[in-house]
Write a protein that binds this ligand. Structure first.
Ligand code: 5GP
Ligand code: MG
Length: 172
């Protein structure tokens, strides 16, 4: 790994507790009839999504989408490109987009309309971390933590592909 992560911001136990709480909030908001489709935004959401689905007590399906925006930089380039979007038909589906972190909200502003265009019945957002640096048109309905405006790594979040494996979230 290129640089050692600095201060621990959310330790593994804190994250585990909050993920269980989020799973309860989500299970209350949806019923089994919703056939909820969780769409994980790769790669950053993979650890969070894996823990979240195992804590969820309603049946869900899981797929992914891949967008690229950051490259190796620590600031958002503001441009989002789709590299993969779930092949399953989205028409009529209740979709919960699962994000590692919402920063400026630009990713959501581009992803959500596309899902609606494909006929999704509803699109809600679940973000482990929310920085609230800019107002997006789409507010995450389920938020794990209101995050500080630091560059965070671990629990799926990377810096130039390093640190995703850390079981905690740290600030570089
Ligand atoms: P937004 O489009 O909301 O500005 O940015 C969302 C994406 O930027 C996140 O999904 C994530 O990939 C990346 N990002 C934003 N802040 C951070 C951060 O503190 N750490 C890491 N590793 N990625 C971040
Ligand atoms: Mg991301």
């Amino acid at each position: 790994m290129s640089r050692l992560p600095g201060r621990v911001v959310y330790d593994a136990e804190t994250i585990e507790r909050r993920v269980r709480g989020l799973a309860e909030e989500i299970a209350c908001a949806y019923g089994a009839d919703d056939r909820l489709l969780l769409l994980g935004v790769l790669k950053g959401s993979f650890v969070f999504l894996a823990d979240l689905v195992r804590a969820l007590e309603i049946p869900v399906q899981v797929d992914f989408l891949v967008v690229s925006s950051y490259g190796d930089a620590m600031v958002s380039s503001g441009e989002v490109r789709f590299e993969y979007l779930a092949r399953a038909p989205l028409a009529g589906r209740s979709i919960l987009l699962v994000e590692d972190i919402v920063d400026t909200g630009r990713t959501l502003d581009q992803v959500v309309p596309l899902l609606l265009e494909r006929g999704a019945r509803s699109v809600e957002i679940c973000a482990l971390l929310h920085k609230r640096r800019a107002s997006s048109r789409y507010e995450p309905r389920f938020v794990g933590f209101e995050a500080p405006d630091d560059f965070l790594v671990g629990y799926g979040l990377d810096h130039a592909e390093d640190f995703r494996q850390l079981p905690y979230v740290a600030s570089l």
